[in-house]
Design a protein. Structure first.
Length: 114
């Protein structure tokens, strides 16, 4: 059974940093495209960043230069380092796996507020 478990969300002031982690089980992690998505209240879910099995990375324009996605295949872990956070980064952040993606975590709330 596939499980993606996110952690690391919370409340942070503008300009601050947070690190999100996603631990995967039940999948061939190293073979899969992995993603971070987010969904702000009243908005559609949007891609934040993805990393392919070969290491190729794609970022949304809104987070380029501020967020860093990485993967640790040995630990089946996906990480999102978020720096210089802005009010508009407030959202529920989801880890996802696969091409579709076909598997989703439960999400972790990130709130940027002063």
């Amino acid at each position: 059974q596939v499980q993606l478990v996110e952690s690391g969300g919370g409340l942070v002031q503008p300009g601050g940093s947070l690190t999100l982690s996603c631990v995967a089980s039940g999948i061939f992690f190293s073979r899969l495209r992995m993603h971070w998505y987010r969904q702000a209240q009243g908005q559609q879910r949007e891609l934040v960043a993805r990393v392919e099995s070969n290491g190729r990375i794609t970022y949304a324009d809104s987070v380029k230069g501020r967020f860093t996605i990485s993967r640790n295949n040995a630990k089946s872990t996906l990480t999102l380092q978020m720096d210089s956070l802005k009010f508009e980064d407030t959202a529920v952040y989801y880890c996802a796996a696969g091409y579709g993606p076909g598997h989703w975590g439960q999400g972790t709330q990130v709130t940027v507020s002063s």
